[in-house]
Design a protein around this ligand. Structure first.
Ligand SMILES: [Zn+2]
Ligand SMILES: [Zn+2]
Length: 555
């Protein structure tokens, strides 16, 4: 946006040099006075106000401010100089206990969002910030609760977050405030190779919040190893760190010699009562954070199939443009395990390092951020407690969704995710799907789809509605698993964990002992991972940015 005040006034010319010294100073004074209204377009104004619910109670909620025109982001590890925008996200804030918030914004055209997660009304406004808005812009908001998933036994949380106890920017208790702001009721703190946040984190346990202690075991290879690292894994539901020794050179990286160290980490986590999740397994190739122990280790409890960016190949890797979205590959690996009969959980974690966004990783031209709860994991619990949460994660009683939703409730033969339904020969299996959103679902023929053993067997159009409901009788002739996906206007996306279907002879599916796909070790080699066979997202998803098709300009 052009700024009419951005041009400097011309200095006058004076004939005598002796006068010039004096006059330059006067000129400086004139300039200094004028600079009071000479505000560059990058200067900051304030939007402030209060967020309440429909009955007038104050809410802790999240405010996001984005540039209205989303641009390509210039991002480089090697130089601090950039010629373009370094991020499309301007700032993020959370209202306090009394509902008050305040954000500083540039004099520009911005997208202003108030959200409290998928269960609440979503507010979004295009705002034109005038450079002369010296007194700030007051913007008060009342948001409605649309859905109450807790009443159905579903609770949203984040399985992967960093605090100041490693390279994150918030203290554990600050992180909890931000999580409450986006409607989360549980979380796993996963600082790199550290549990020094334990005391402060666990003190956040309340009737409406379950803090789980974890750590992201972050590896680097020893000099004698042929590998460059053995990946990142979350040890979760732990009370102590298992199987690593401190690295005096780089604090955040434990030195692993070979795959046996990975197996040791899995086994020790179990011995201490925890669960071990493989993180972002296909993060860029030439990095120690990529998992390279496929087929070399067993008995881990889940795969983080959704880290930061959405699954499906809409976003190529920021770090390695030759690679597809690492989450797409992660989903593919998960599906391959499921096809081989292994009951393995798929998790979503934000991997947030900064709940206020400005130090979160830029996400290209995509409207996406990495604050807590984006993405998030919903867990089914009969009672809201740590033990039930652990069981839910272990058994895959989960669905995964973005910070904007949608909510995705699916049953097959009355069973929820993680359970096994036995289907007699010639019996139909009723699959009931409910998609609940806070802005329109994707207007596409395959906006909602049923995936059976890795292939789409039914897809449905939502016609851009907010709610989608359908019950479908399916013909099931072989053992397998059912996952349902739902796409909303970008970046809304959700997918379930599987419901397992066992046909006669009963009791042989899923397979109880550790089983894994054939040729699994190929996945450890660069570009030799299996060809992508999982279904991609609908072709019109990426360009469906409804949130930018705006109305209601204010100010
Ligand atoms: Zn990591
Ligand atoms: Zn992480």
């Amino acid at each position: 946006m052009m700024n009419q005040y951005s041009k400097n006034s011309q200095s006058k010319k004076f004939p005598a040099i002796t006068m010039m010294v004096f006059m330059i100073c006067v000129s400086c004074l004139i300039k200094a006075q004028k600079s009071k209204i000479n505000i560059p377009s990058s200067s900051k104004q304030v939007i402030h106000g209060r967020i309440i619910d429909e009955t007038g109670n104050p809410l802790i909620a999240q405010v996001q401010v984005w540039y209205f025109d989303i641009q390509d982001v210039v991002f480089s590890f090697d130089t601090t100089e950039t010629n373009g925008r370094t991020d499309n996200l301007i700032t993020v804030d959370y209202s306090n206990q009394n509902g008050y918030y305040s954000v500083r914004v540039p004099s520009d055209t911005v997208l202003f969002i108030v959200t409290k997660g998928p269960e609440w009304e979503l507010i979004y406004k295009k705002m034109i910030i005038n450079p002369r808005e010296f007194d700030g812009i007051e913007y008060n908001v009342a948001i409605k609760r649309l859905y109450d998933l807790g009443s159905l036994g579903w609770y949203g949380g984040d399985t992967h977050m960093h605090s100041i106890h490693s390279d994150g920017r918030q203290s554990p208790s600050e992180l909890v405030h931000t999580m409450k702001g986006v409607g989360l009721t549980w979380g796993i703190l996963t600082d790199h190779n550290s549990i020094s946040g334990k005391k402060e984190w666990l003190a956040e346990g309340q009737s409406d919040f379950i803090p789980i202690l974890g750590a992201e075991i972050t590896t680097e290879a020893s000099e004698t190893s042929i590998e460059n690292g053995y990946g990142h894994f979350n040890q979760t539901f732990i009370t102590e760190l298992s199987g690593i020794t401190a690295n005096p050179n780089i604090w955040a990286r434990a030195i692993f010699n070979d795959h046996t160290n990975v197996q040791n980490s899995i086994d020790l986590t179990h011995a201490h009562g925890g669960l071990l999740i493989i993180n972002h397994p296909y993060q860029n190739w030439d990095w120690a954070g990529r998992f390279k122990s496929w087929g070399e280790v067993k008995n881990f409890d889940g795969i983080e199939i959704w880290n930061c960016e959405p699954p499906h190949s809409l976003t190529t890797s920021t770090f390695d443009p030759n690679l597809m979205n690492r989450n797409t590959l992660g989903v593919q690996s998960w599906f391959a395990y499921l096809n081989s009969g292994k009951k393995l959980s798929g998790l979503a974690g934000s991997d947030t390092h900064d709940a206020y966004g400005t130090n979160a990783y830029p996400k290209g031209k995509y409207f996406w951020n990495t604050m807590a709860g984006n993405p998030r994991t919903y867990a089914f619990m009969e009672d809201f407690n740590e033990l039930q949460l652990k069981e839910a994660i272990k058994h895959g009683r989960l669905f995964l969704t973005s910070g904007f939703g949608p909510i995705l409730l699916v049953t097959a033969g009355g069973e929820t995710q993680g359970n096994i339904i036995r289907v007699e020969k010639d019996e139909k299996l009723d699959v009931a799907i409910e998609v609940l959103a806070n802005h329109p679902l994707l207007n596409s023929d395959d906006a909602v789809r049923i995936i059976y053993n890795g292939k789409i067997i039914k897809s449905f159009s939502t016609e851009g509605s907010i709610i989608f409901e359908k019950s479908i009788p399916l013909n099931i002739i072989e053992d397998g698993w059912i996952v349902v996906e739902a796409f909303g206007e970008w970046p809304m996306f959700a997918m379930t964990n599987p419901i397992f279907v066992d046909v006669p002879p009963f009791g042989d599916w899923p397979i109880e002992e550790w089983v894994e796909p054939e040729n699994l070790k190929l996945w450890n080699k660069y570009m030799e991972q299996p060809e992508i066979t999982i279904p991609d997202g609908p072709s019109n998803w990426e360009n469906s940015q409804y949130i930018y098709k705006l109305f209601d300009e204010i100010n």
